[in-house]
Design a protein around this ligand. Structure first.
Ligand code: FMN
Length: 585
C-alpha cells in the first residue's frame, strides 16, 4: 500500500492513515517496518499514532462508527440516538464488538452541524441521523454490506447556502486571479491586497497582505503556502462548503500567494473528517494541472507551483497553524514556540504562509476585482464580508454571508431563530452573548468570529452548553503544556462538581481563578481560550451557577462516608463511630 514517494519521515501521518485504512489499526509489524524504512525510532511512530484520535494501536471494528458529540448534535437528541445505535449493534460506546464487526465511539464535532445529528462510518459522513436511519445502518452492518453499497441518502451532505454575498456570488473565471496579478504586477497586486484591508478569516484576523509581505521578504531556499482546512471549531462548517463548491477559487488564491511569496509547493491540510471531499478535490487539482493552472510554467508566466492535499486524523489542535505545520511534517500536532512565526520559519523551517480557506478565496477575488471593491464593504477595521456557519435552534441552519458590521438581530431574523436565549459567537473558544446584546455587530472591533454561530433558544440550559464546551477542550488539549493539560481537566472536574450539585460558594471562586490561570499561562490559543465558555457565562449568568451550589462553605466532590463502606464491612462495624459524621464531631 506504500509507494516510493512515501518513504520520507514527513509522510508518516499519511502513511499511517493508509495502514489504518487497510488493517483497521497500526499493527506492531507496520511500526517496525516503518521505523526501518524511514530511519526513525519506533517510539516516534507510536507517539504519532497515540496523538491522533483516528489512529489506533489495537484493531477497530470492520465498521468503525464515530458519533459527533458537538452541542448541536446533543440538542438534536444525539445521546438517545447513540444509546439506540448501541443497543441495535450490541456494542457499548468506546468498545469494539467481540466479533470485531463493529466499533462505536464519540468524536468531536464532525463539521455537519447544519445537518446533524451526524457521525462517521469508516471515515465517511453520516448525516441527519434518526431511528429509521439507524435501523438501516444496523441492518447494513449485520448483513456485512460494504459501505459503498449503503443507500446514498445516508451520506448526503448539502451545502445549505441561504445567503450569498461578495465571496459566494459571481465566482471568478479560472485563472483570472493569476493573469490579473501578473498583468498588474505582483508588487502592485500585493499593494491591492493591502488596500483591500483583508484580514485572516480563520479567527485571529491578522492582515493578509502583511503576512504575505513578511514571508516574501524572507530569503530562504524554499517558501511554502499552506491552506488551513482543519475547521475543527465546533459549529464551523463553511470551509467544507467552500471546498465542495468553490475549490477552484481557493486553489487560485493559493497560487496567487505562491506567485507573491515565491513558493513552488503548497499544501491543503484537510481535516480527516472531510475525507469525503478528498477525491473531489484531487480531481479539481488534476483539472487545474490539465488547464495549465498548476505545475510548471503556469499559463506561460514562468510560475511553477503545485498543491498537495494532506489529511488530518482527528485532532482539533492541528488547526493552530504551528501545530498544523508539525502535523504536515508527520509529527504529533504540538504547537511550536512563537516567535519564530511560520512566515519566517514554518514548514521544514522555511518561510510559510498559512491562511484559512476563506482568506485564500477572498484574496483571489480581490486580485480580480481590486482592493477598493472589497474595502467598500464592511466597517473601518473589518473590510469585506464574513461567511458564517449558522446552526442550533433556527429554522434554516446553513451558510450565510454578510458584510462585516451586520448586527446579531438581523442574522437571527434571517435564519429563522425565535425565542432566542443567546448565541455562541466564534465557537467554544469565542463568546456567549445573551439576548440583551443582539444589537452588537459582527466585526473584529466588536464580535470577532472564525465563522461559527450557534443559536440557543430559551428551552436550553446554559450550563449544559458550557459543560459540553469545557469537556471538548479537556479532550482536545494536546497535553504539551501543564496549564492546559492539567488546567482543562481541572476545569472540567470543577464544573461537573458544581453542575452535579456538589459545589459550594468557594468552588465558584476557585473555578474562576482556575479559568484565569489556564487563560494566562497556556502555551497556545487552545488553552488561552478554553476557559471562555465558563468566563463569558459566569459574567452573564452568575445566578445559574449560584443556584447549583450547596449552602455550605465546603462540599466534597464525592460521598466521603460512602467511601468507607468497604472498610466498615471488613471491620464488621456499622456503629456511629464508624461513620464520618461521627469522626467530624
Ligand atoms: N484557523 C483556521 O483557518 N482553521 C482552523 O481550523 C483553525 N483552528 C485553530 C485551532 C486552534 C486551537 C487555534 C489556537 C487556532 C486555530 N486557527 C484556525 C487559527 C490558525 O492558527 C491561524 O491563525 C490561521 O490559520 C491563519 O489564517 P488566517 O490569517 O487566514 O486566518
Amino acid at each position: 500500500i506504500l509507494t516510493e514517494a512515501d518513504y520520507q519521515p514527513v509522510r508518516l501521518l499519511s502513511l499511517l492513515r493508509k495502514i489504518q485504512a487497510q488493517y483497521r489499526h497500526i499493527p506492531a509489524e507496520a511500526i517496525d517496518y516503518l521505523a526501518e524504512a524511514l530511519q526513525i525510532p519506533r517510539t516516534q511512530i507510536i507517539a504519532v499514532v497515540e496523538f491522533y484520535s483516528f489512529l489506533h494501536l489495537t484493531p477497530q471494528g470492520r465498521y468503525d462508527i464515530l458519533i459527533s458529540d458537538s452541542i448541536t448534535d446533543r440538542m438534536l437528541d444525539k445521546e438517545n440516538l447513540l444509546g439506540y445505535l448501541s443497543s441495535m449493534l450490541k456494542v457499548n460506546p468506546g468498545e469494539v464488538r467481540a466479533d470485531g464487526l463493529v466499533s462505536l465511539n464519540n468524536t468531536s464535532c464532525t463539521g455537519m452541524c447544519d445537518q446533524g445529528p451526524a457521525g462517521l462510518v469508516n471515515g465517511l459522513p453520516l448525516t441527519r441521523l434518526d431511528r429509521p436511519r439507524i435501523d438501516q445502518i444496523a441492518a447494513s452492518i449485520e448483513r456485512q454490506l460494504p459501505v459503498s453499497e449503503w443507500p446514498d441518502y445516508l451520506f448526503a451532505v448539502n451545502d445549505n447556502i441561504y445567503k450569498a454575498g461578495l465571496l459566494l456570488n459571481a465566482p471568478i473565471a479560472k485563472g483570472a486571479a493569476i493573469t490579473g496579478a501578473f498583468n498588474r504586477g505582483l508588487a502592485a497586486t500585493l499593494a491591492e491586497l493591502d488596500r483591500s484591508g483583508l484580514r485572516g478569516r480563520g479567527g485571529a484576523g491578522f492582515k493578509t497582505a502583511a503576512k504575505w509581505r513578511f514571508c516574501a521578504e524572507e530569503t530562504a531556499e524554499h517558501h511554502y503556502v499552506v491552506c488551513n482546512a482543519d475547521e475543527g471549531e465546533p459549529g464551523t462548517f463553511k470551509d467544507r462548503v467552500l471546498l465542495n463548491s468553490h475549490a477552484d477559487q481557493v486553489f487560485e488564491g493559493m497560487t496567487l500567494a505562491a506567485a507573491i511569496i515565491g513558493a513552488k509547493q503548497g499544501f491543503l491540510y484537510l481535516r480527516g473528517e472531510y475525507l469525503h471531499l478528498f477525491d473531489k478535490l484531487q480531481a479539481v487539482l488534476q483539472q487545474r494541472r490539465a488547464d495549465g493552472l498548476l505545475g510548471e510554467n503556469i499559463l506561460d508566466l514562468g510560475l511553477d507551483f503545485d498543491i498537495e492535499i494532506c489529511l488530518g486524523a482527528g485532532a482539533y489542535i492541528c488547526g493552530e497553524e504551528s501545530a498544523l505545520i508539525e502535523s504536515l511534517e508527520g509529527k504529533p500536532g504540538i504547537p511550536r514556540n512563537r516567535p519564530p512565526y511560520p512566515v519566517t520559519s514554518g514548514y521544514l523551517n522555511q518561510p510559510t504562509v498559512v491562511n484559512n480557506v476563506e482568506t485564500f478565496l477572498a484574496a483571489a477575488k480581490i486580485a480580480v476585482q481590486g482592493g477598493d471593491w472589497f474595502a467598500g464593504f464592511g466597517t473601518d477595521k473589518s473590510a469585506g464580508s464574513k461567511i458564517l456557519s449558522i446552526c442550533g435552534d433556527c429554522a434554516r441552519p446553513g451558510i450565510y454571508e454578510y458584510p462585516f458590521g451586520v448586527n446579531i438581530e438581523q442574522i437571527l431574523a434571517d435564519c429563522g431563530a425565535t425565542d432566542v436565549l443567546g448565541v455562541q459567537i466564534g465557537g467554544p473558544s469565542g463568546t456567549f452573548i445573551s439576548n440583551k446584546e443582539f444589537k452588537r455587530q459582527l466585526a473584529f472591533e466588536d464580535l470577532a468570529t472564525g465563522g461559527s454561530f450557534i443559536v440557543f433558544n430559551d428551552s436550553r440550559n446554559v450550563l449544559d452548553i458550557v459543560q459540553n464546551f469545557t469537556h471538548f477542550f479537556a479532550h482536545e488539549s494536546c497535553g504539551f503544556c501543564t496549564p492546559c493539560r492539567v488546567g482543562t481537566s481541572l476545569l472540567k472536574k470543577q464544573l461537573d462538581k458544581i453542575i452535579d450539585g456538589h459545589g459550594s460558594a468557594g468552588d465558584v471562586v476557585e473555578l474562576e481563578s482556575l479559568c484565569q490561570l489556564v487563560k494566562s499561562h497556556s502555551h497556545c490559543g487552545l488553552g488561552q481560550t478554553a476557559a471562555n465558555p465558563i468566563l463569558t457565562t459566569l459574567q452573564r449568568y452568575p445566578d445559574l451557577y449560584q443556584k447549583r451550589l450547596k449552602n455550605i462553605s465546603y462540599e466534597p466532590g464525592f460521598d466521603l462516608d460512602g467511601a468507607l463502606e468497604t472498610a466498615r464491612r471488613m471491620a464488621r462495624r456499622n456503629d456511629a463511630g464508624a461513620h464520618l459524621s461521627q469522626v467530624e464531631d
